[in-house]
Design a protein around this ligand. Structure first.
Ligand code: UDX
Length: 442
């Protein structure tokens, strides 16, 4: 019997990075690879049943550790590189020695660990290719401390459109980590990007002229995209507990296209004033809304707001986002423009109100509004806040205005193209097949 090629997959264990790489792992499994996903002790307790094969390594975290995500990544470099090396050694002498390590691009040191042990390596990028290219150029000293980005294969980006770290005046650690993704990229055997060719055509072409890039997205279970394809519904891993029944039963009672879905992903936090403006913007829009307010954010809601809006509002601490976006009652998505949320809305045909906060989100918002034309971006006042009037106006524009109709039409077109990319013979599907075939014959 022919042996399946074995690969190790190492996600950075936060929600927005775990979802796409695990979905990619499932696609690889379905195409005939043996995949082992490496998790670290910090998240092993939050994990549920999955069809994937997991192995846990120690990350050196101690209870009560208070560190930022970026400090955690620095600790990983020191501590996890050792436990990763031990794991690869063990796997190499097992019945199924691994041929390749796919690792999150935020941990470029993983490539060096694999290579020293004679295993190939490939980063997985969770951000858009536009953002990849900007960071790559910044890694070479271009754009830093400059107000704008101008490259031949993307629209010119102003100071508010570039990834926020390029404008940071405080700690340089997040910027260093963002740029380091490109420190050893020329040594990687493959580069996987969660996007699809037609979405970022020119940028993808430029990247592919430099490195062995494979676009493999959108990494959304195909059952949400195209009912003809067989796939399970399980998506990534929920590190938060979703209120599934509450959301779906409530949405079932609403009219087609009548509900605003508001969510800011797993990390973004809003200041109290911003939260109040958002709350009142949603309320004044006169639409029904489903708002994900994570437990850590709940105390920032205006007093009695939940009680005062029970007729039109549903508040949950986490929801099954794909089921929500795919529900016919949803008319628009008020989003922080995380790359997963952006791709998910675009692939499910939902127009957006973009309210980016930090990291890659401003760049995603620029593309949502001006390139793909599937949403409108809120304008900020002199205090950097979107007022309730501005939020209400943007919502009305998307839900009721003429531009909203155009955005809906564009969204449905992108949905078709996303389906085409992952469907049999589509660009992302072919890229995965080529990769699997090459691995099998190497
Ligand atoms: C982070 C960054 O913020 C983002 O910009 C980067 O591109 C990836 O990592 P996050 O902020 O959590 O991610 O946002 P996003 O990229 O949108 O990912 C959130 C994920 O959680 C999505 O896959 C979404 O479907 C899921 N989600 C979110 C839920 O399942 N339920 C929710 O209630 C909210």
């Amino acid at each position: 019997m022919e042996r399946k090629p074995h690969i190790l997959v190492f996600p950075y264990p936060i929600q927005g990075h775990i979802n796409p790489i695990l979905q990619f792992s499932k696609r690889l499994t379905s195409k005939g690879l043996r995949v082992t996903v490496i998790t670290t002790t910090s998240i092993s307790k939050s994990m549920q049943e999955s069809s994937l094969n997991f192995v846990t390594i120690s990350d050196g975290s101690k209870q009560g550790d208070k560190e930022t995500m970026y400090e955690e990544l620095e600790r990983f470099k020191l501590f996890v590189s050792e436990s990763l090396a031990e794991l690869i050694e063990r796997q190499k002498s097992s019945k199924h020695p691994p041929k390749l390590l796919v690792y999150d691009s935020a941990m470029p040191w993983a490539l060096n660990v694999a290579r020293q042990l004679g295993v190939d390596g490939a980063p997985f990028f969770t951000q858009s290719c536009a953002v990849n290219v900007i960071y790559h150029h910044a890694h070479h000293g271009v754009f830093l401390q400059r107000p704008s980005v101008s490259l031949p294969y993307m629209p010119s980006l102003g100071v508010n459109d570039v990834p926020s770290f390029l404008n940071d005046t405080g700690s340089s650690l997040p910027l260093k980590i963002a740029l380091n993704q490109f420190s050893n990229i020329h040594e990687a055997n493959w580069i996987f990007c969660n996007t699809f060719d037609k979405l970022e055509h020119e940028v993808v072409n430029w990247m592919a002229s430099q490195w062995p890039v494979k676009t493999i997205g959108p990494t959304i279970p195909s059952i949400y995209l195209d009912k003809r394809l067989e796939d399970d519904k399980e998506y990534g891993l929920n590190l938060f507990k979703p209120n599934v029944d509450t959301c779906m039963k409530w949405l079932d009672t609403k009219e087609i296209g009548s509900v605003i879905y508001a969510s800011f992903g797993s990390l973004t936090t809003l200041g109290e004033e911003h939260m109040e403006e958002l709350a009142l913007g949603l309320k004044n829009s006169s639409c029904s809304f489903l708002w994900v307010v994570r437990e850590s954010e709940e105390k920032k809601l205006p007093d009695n707001f939940i009680e005062e809006t029970t007729e039109r509002g549903l508040f949950v601490t986490w929801c099954p986002q794909l089921d929500v976006l795919a529900h016919k009652a949803i008319g628009c998505f008020m989003t922080h423009c995380g790359w997963n949320s952006t791709l998910e809305a675009l692939s499910l045909g939902v127009p957006m109100v973009a309210m980016p906060q930090w990291t890659d989100q401003p760049t995603n918002a620029k593309f949502i509004a001006d390139v793909w034309k599937v949403g409108i971006r809120v304008k900020l006042n002199e205090k950097g806040i979107a007022t309730r009037e501005e939020i209400e106006m943007c919502i009305r524009e998307v839900m009721e205005g003429e531009r909203g109709k155009e955005m809906k039409k564009n969204s449905l077109r992108w949905k078709e193209l996303a389906i085409e990319a992952v469907d049999k013979g589509g660009s992302s599907d072919k890229n995965i097949e080529v990769f699997v075939a090459k691995l099998a014959h190497s």
